[in-house]
Design a protein around this ligand. Structure first.
Ligand SMILES: [Zn+2]
Length: 454
């Protein structure tokens, strides 16, 4: 390159830099001040009265009593409410809903009948319903066809539509067959129902599958540890963990046998999904190693479950809590039926209503409200591996928060009726009514940084 050209380039660059500085919106953004009647810190299980939260743009600037409200700030009066961090579902599925009709709850058929684009649109709707119920973060761990989950994450991050922060896994990685026992035609041709699992048997295939998911936008990696008798060995799981770490992802293991659970624990997995197969000894080891549990603790309701299964789920959750396993609130919600109506109003329950209904299991297990609150917030942010960016209501973090009437530290059911939701410093719901206008935008308001991996 000639010298004049270099000089010209440098000049252009500095001109561009000054233009960018002049045209870029002020880093700070609008100021909002929230007056909180009570502000809960779920980490400590305490509440402080009459707090002020100052928000600048998307982030929290200051929190405290008697803070001066800056001139020109928009004031939101929540002095009659309890303000707390947003909720987390640590194991859910936005882009699949199997039904009694037409597929007889047989989710193979959902994969055949509902296309990726259709399921992506449903995921967008489900995300809005979750946010309306106060869920500002979700871990979306597979069964999302061809990456509807990572698309949802990118769409929300770019500011096209409202929704929780999505931590997607991309496609579930498993040995031959995944969670299916497919026909030879399905398996060999990989044409039908095969967006749902990545077959990875050998070490090379495991590395490739982990990389493929991260390339397409996964923020966590989901392994079928023991969906098949051949399952993954401790060494296989360790390999997936080390490969995922290169893209900033933690590994979640779907576990359905005691032996699989032990292998996942021995490999030092970050999070175990499903609590059914775990023994008290597994719980003890998980607590010792700090392995998160997403138990997917289904309540017994008129629309789902059985009393016998519920009793077992409650007993397992209770034991995990007694052993001090780091518990998260999780649902595995991926189904729908016509009985899902509110008993009092007769109206359809939203995906958010169905999600928060899982509190029933936690209450049945006799877990104190403060511990449930920690599981559904702080432990969720940790399991999602985002606690340094968002979750706690602390200066420097994204302004995500909700408000409820009553006191969830003594009555966890207060979470069932979220009156206010803020996400990224913008009001999504106020006085119990969604007001999402500011979340809809025709272009990317944020160019996603770290679009594919962290
Ligand atoms: Zn699941």
């Amino acid at each position: 390159m000639k010298k004049q050209t270099i000089t010209f380039c440098l000049l252009s660059l500095s001109l561009l830099a000054s233009l960018t500085a002049a045209q870029a919106p002020a880093q700070s953004g609008p100021i909002t001040a929230i007056k909180a009647g009570r502000l809960i810190d779920p980490e400590t299980g305490t509440a402080a009265a009459n707090q002020v939260i100052i928000i600048e743009g998307e982030k929290i600037k200051e929190v405290g009593a008697n803070l001066a409200i800056p001139a020109g700030a928009t004031v939101i009066d929540l002095s009659k409410f309890t303000v707390l961090p947003g909720l987390v579902d640590a194991h859910t599925h936005m882009a699949i809903t199997y039904k009694e009709q037409p597929e007889n709850n047989y989710y193979y058929l959902t994969y055949v009948m509902d296309s990726t684009p259709l399921r992506a649109i449903q995921a967008a709707s489900n995300g809005i319903q979750l946010l309306n119920s106060g869920f500002t973060v979700i871990r979306d761990v597979g069964n999302n066809a061809l990456y509807a989950d990572t698309a949802l994450r990118q769409a929300i991050e770019q500011g096209w539509l409202p929704g929780p922060t999505v931590i997607p896994s991309g496609i579930i990685i498993g040995g031959t067959g995944g969670q299916f026992w497919p026909t030879p035609e399905m398996y060999k041709q990989h044409n039908i129902v095969y967006p749902e699992y990545l077959d990875a048997n050998t070490r090379d295939e495991i590395v490739r599958a982990v990389r493929e998911n991260m390339l397409f936008g996964a923020r966590t990696i989901k392994l079928c540890i023991d969906c098949k008798p051949w399952g993954y060995s401790v060494e296989d799981i360790k390999l997936a963990i080390s490969e995922a770490a290169k893209g900033g992802c933690k590994v979640d293991g779907h576990v359905q046998t005691p032996e699989g659970a032990q292998r996942a624990i021995d490999a030092g997995i970050y999070i175990i999904s499903h609590g059914n197969a775990l023994t008290p000894e597994h719980h003890r080891q998980m607590a010792e190693k700090g392995i998160f549990l997403a138990g997917t603790d289904t309540p017994f309701t008129k629309y789902r479950g059985s009393e016998a299964a519920f009793k077992q789920t409650v007993a397992k959750l209770r034991d995990a809590w007694e052993k001090k396993v780091p518990l998260t609130f999780s649902t595995d919600l991926d189904y729908w039926n016509e009985r899902m109506k509110d008993e009092k109003t007769g109206e359809w329950m939203s995906r958010g209503d169905l999600t928060i209904a899982f509190l029933d299991t936690w209450k049945a297990a006799g877990i104190p409200a403060a511990d449930i609150l920690r599981a559904i917030t702080i432990n969720g942010y940790k399991a999602a591996d985002i606690i340094k960016e968002r979750g706690p209501i602390k200066p420097g973090l994204f302004a995500d928060m909700i408000a409820v009437a009553g006191d969830p530290l003594t009555d966890i059911d207060a979470l069932r009726n979220v009156q206010f939701v803020m996400k990224n410093g913008m009001v999504f719901k106020k006085d119990g009514v969604m007001s999402p206008e500011k979340f809809f935008h025709p272009g990317p308001v944020r160019i996603p940084s770290g679009r594919y991996t962290r």
